[in-house]
Design a binder for this molecule. Structure first.
Ligand SMILES: [Zn+2]
Length: 188
């Protein structure tokens, strides 16, 4: 038994399958999403083509609206995981450079520091760790921003944490690059 009612927005008569009664449906005339009644409106039913008329002349069926389903916020979770990877990779890099620094005499001098940079650059783990950090940092930033968009519901806190961690690390990395460039400019 189909449900017949008038669209609250454009007042056109709509006919839907009773399975969609009480649910959000898309109006085939004005495309607005409206809540269908659970029973036919007598006024709309009177307007509909009579049962004697061939079914092909009846108005288009309303279609169930896809918009009523909130999208799960997977980018926020993925962004947080990427931020976790960044923290672990940076932590390993930090421990590595600290252990290398402890073996260099006179680390506080510029010679000691350039020796540390030389040792870090030749260390086999530094390049892959740097690449992992960069990729995870950028993807974490992008995913967190996507997770914060209004289309995604829930788990915004994960996106906020991911955005904070990845954003801060990108700022720190940029400052490091600027510092390195200015040092090079001064040195040579
Ligand atoms: Zn309408």
């Amino acid at each position: 038994m189909p449900i017949q009612f008038r669209c609250p927005s454009c007042r056109q008569p709509i006919e839907i399958d009773d399975a969609f009664g009480g649910q959000a449906v898309g109006c085939p005339f004005c495309q607005k999403v409206v809540t269908a009644p659970t029973a036919s409106e007598p006024e709309a039913a009177a307007f509909m083509p009579s049962a004697a008329a061939p079914p092909s002349t009846s108005v288009e069926l309303g279609y169930p609206a896809a918009v009523s389903q909130p999208r799960p916020n997977w980018p926020a979770s993925a962004g947080l995981v990427a931020a976790g990877v960044v923290v672990v990779a940076v932590g390993i890099l930090f421990v590595l450079s600290a252990s290398l620094a402890s073996r260099i005499k006179g680390i506080e001098t510029s010679e000691g520091q350039s020796e540390l940079i030389k040792q870090l650059q030749s260390h086999p783990a530094v390049l892959p760790l740097s690449i992992v950090t960069l990729i995870a940092d950028l993807s974490g930033l992008v995913l967190s921003i996507i997770g914060l968009r209004p289309g995604y519901q829930g788990r915004k806190w994960q996106a906020a944490i991911g955005l904070t961690i990845c954003g801060l690390l990108i700022i720190v990395q940029c400052l490091g690059v600027v510092q390195g460039l200015s040092r090079q400019a001064v040195g040579g």
